[in-house]
Design a protein. Structure first.
Length: 170
């Protein structure tokens, strides 16, 4: 990434630097060290491998190879590279999550038609109570008229069947 940025107006926060405060501007920003506070840029943000950010970020685009703890809003494109981590919500019209990247938070991608209103598609990803098992909970249409006790009984039976399956699989 570094060769792409040379020759442009780029601010680099080096590996041993620690910044605590607000960063505002329109130049590209590369973070190799530690930043805490708030970042508001009209350009690109790069969080390099080893870079750590504990801040809310608003920018044109972002590429993450390090770690961010905070909410991110970009107007163009966000990319989380292998080994990159985001703990917080992200809002971006375009989002690329590479193999080996980690996100814990809410993802919102705005998709808008020309001349139409934006359609919001929020997704919520949370750490499961059992990290080896990811299973969405959906209520079948037929259970909508059932009582809460009947639905609870159905869920217990589903859980028992799944647990039996997992025991037999190992």
């Amino acid at each position: 990434m570094e060769s792409e940025k040379l020759g442009k107006g780029v601010t680099i926060i080096g590996k041993t630097a620690r910044i605590n405060g607000e960063i505002i501007g329109n130049e590209e920003l590369t973070i190799e060290g530690y930043v805490e506070g708030k970042i508001s840029l009209e350009s690109k943000v790069y969080v390099e491998q080893g870079g750590q950010v504990n801040a809310d970020i608003t920018s044109h685009s972002i590429t993450v190879a390090g770690s961010i703890k905070g909410n991110v809003v970009v107007t163009d494109r966000a990319e989380i590279l292998q080994g990159g981590t985001l703990v917080g919500d992200i809002k971006a019209p375009r989002l690329v999550i590479n193999d080996g990247a980690r996100i814990l938070g809410r993802i919102e991608m705005d998709v808008s038609d020309k001349g139409g209103d934006a359609v919001s598609s929020p997704l919520r990803f949370e750490a499961p109570s059992n990290p080896t098992l990811l299973r969405p909970k959906f209520a079948p249409v037929s259970t909508l008229s059932e009582s809460a006790d009947e639905v609870d009984q159905d869920e217990k039976e589903d859980d028992k069947g799944l647990n039996d399956f997992l025991r037999n699989d190992s």
